[in-house]
Design a protein around this ligand. Structure first.
Ligand code: TYD
Ligand code: MG
Length: 455
């Protein structure tokens, strides 16, 4: 009998080496390379009988993409581009506690009630735990089939037995394939199990959702390998201490990426938030300094978002610049711009900047609101709450137009804002708002911040 061959694979980047090494030559990580057995199929050493191969004219190919299975949750369907596509595989990522299991159990129930067979495989929790959650969500008797196997062949067997239209696997990191070497949850196991389930989904035209845990660094565990295998990747994000959750598609072969769904975690599960327009505006008093509002676009979704700043005196040689929900580097840069271009002296001051509601804002449109909040916090003047600020701020302190300014203004008017601060270069419609147009940060601060305290 031939001697069993082995090779080595990096658990971080999936690079394969013929033999074990201490440091992966591809990603440079130490101690991530593990030995694995080479199965004849994987090594390609024993070609078996050639499968019958043929090509089909395009128009004869069955179109699955049109028959989407609506998940019953509008916000989820919006992100998926209209529902689950038969035969497709969606990876749902998110940190533990984000609400992945909750969201999928609710969706499973709604799909089952609309007549499809839904199989929910919980490889992570016991049947009793899932039942308890279902009771709490009020989705106990919708007809969802539950299996609690972690073994890939058992999952396959249950799928063959019930022939579901929709399969949910919670989570892919806890499913294992005894035929494959490697630790459960390790990159080899995760990749092989996901590959097998993807094949099963395509063969049976079964829409499949795989839950994937996100590591602390924010990467989907099984480093990135899964993202290439699946058709769509959605991430459920949100601060565990806040009720709001955003669902974002970062890859979608059947729809647009960047689309965002908005949910609220309540005592009875996740509820879609249809008009999220003003959710991220806090309830500070009109005369509180250090607060300004912008209109962010998340996917196609406009969100009025408040930015807050706090400036405190310090004797430290290197004042602090801390950010929450905002890009830390951008906050540092804009603090410097405020100081050098708009006479907002922060040399002996710590600066804390934050969004509200746990929202993460990364687009340049937030720049001007952040600078207004900083200037207001430093000088004690307030920015009117019926004003939205929309501009990117350059290093020279100049205000630059951001994408879709007109659309943002229309949305701001709909949400009840009355004024907008935009760059001089804007030449679109006002949509009923009073426009304040300024060329640079210094003039913008002077135009809208009142009263100003001198020091
Ligand atoms: P869960 O779906 O278990 O998260 P994940 O699968 O992403 O790890 O739910 C996480 C949190 O949601 C948990 O801390 C409890 C809370 N929760 C509610 O607030 N209301 C509910 O109805 C449910 C089911 C959970
Ligand atoms: Mg879970």
């Amino acid at each position: 009998m031939a001697k069993a061959r082995t090779r080595a694979r990096c658990t971080s980047c999936d690079h394969v080496e013929p033999r074990w090494v201490g440091r992966c030559p591809a990603c440079g990580e130490w101690g991530t390379v593990e030995e694995e057995a080479v199965t004849p199929a994987a090594a390609g050493s024993t070609p078996t009988a050639r499968p019958a191969a043929r090509a089909t004219p395009l128009h004869e190919v069955a179109a699955h993409a049109d028959r989407r299975v609506a998940s019953g949750l509008d916000e989820l369907d919006r992100v998926l581009g209209g529902g689950l596509v038969p035969g497709s595989v969606v990876l749902l990522g998110g940190e533990p506690g984000a609400g992945k299991s909750t969201l999928l159990l609710q969706a499973a129930d709604a799909i089952a009630r609309s007549g499809s067979t839904v199989l929910y495989v919980s490889a992570e929790e016991s049947a009793g735990q899932v039942r308890l959650r279902a009771e709490r969500l009020g989705v106990l008797d919708g007809g969802v089939l539950l299996a609690t196997h972690a073994d890939l062949s058992a999952v396959t067997h249950v799928v063959e037995q019930h022939d579901p239209g929709v399969l949910i696997v919670d989570s892919i990191q806890t499913v294992r394939d005894p035929e494959t070497t490697g630790v459960p949850g390790g990159v080899g196991q995760v990749r092989d199990c996901a590959t097998a389930l993807t094949r099963l989904a395509k063969e049976r035209a079964m829409a499949t959702v795989l839950v994937g845990h996100v590591t602390k660094e924010g990467a989907l565990a099984g480093p990135r390998v899964l993202e290439h295998l699946v058709d769509a990747v959605c991430e459920l994000e949100g601060d565990r201490h806040h009720a709001l959750r955003l669902l974002r598609a970062t890859k979608n072969r059947f729809g647009a990426v960047g689309e965002v769904g908005c949910f609220e975690m309540t005592g009875s599960g996740l509820t879609g938030v249809v008009d999220a327009g003003r959710l991220f505006v806090g309830d500070t008093h009109d005369d509180t300094a250090g607060v300004a509002v912008t209109l962010a676009l998340e996917g196609h979704r406009p969100l009025a978002s408040e930015v807050q700043a706090l400036v405190t005196h310090t004797g430290a040689p290197n004042p602090r610049r801390a950010a929450s929900g905002l890009d830390g580097q951008r906050v540092q840069l804009l603090a410097a711009v405020c100081q050098e271009r708009a006479q907002v002296n922060l040399r002996e001051h710590d600066l804390y900047a934050s969004t509200v509601g746990g929202l993460r804002l990364a687009e340049p449109a937030v720049d001007l609101a952040l600078c207004l909040a900083i200037a207001s916090a430093r000088h004690g003047g307030t920015v009117p709450r019926d004003l939205v600020a929309l501009a990117e701020v350059g290093l020279a302190g100049e205000l630059r137009l951001v994408t879709q300014t007109e659309r943002r203004l229309a949305e701001a008017a709909r949400l009840g804002f009355r004024r907008a601060l935009v760059p001089s270069a804007y030449d679109g419609g006002a949509h009923g708002l009073t426009l304040v147009q300024e060329p640079d940060l210094g003039r913008a601060i002077a135009a809208v911040t009142t009263p100003r305290r001198s020091d």
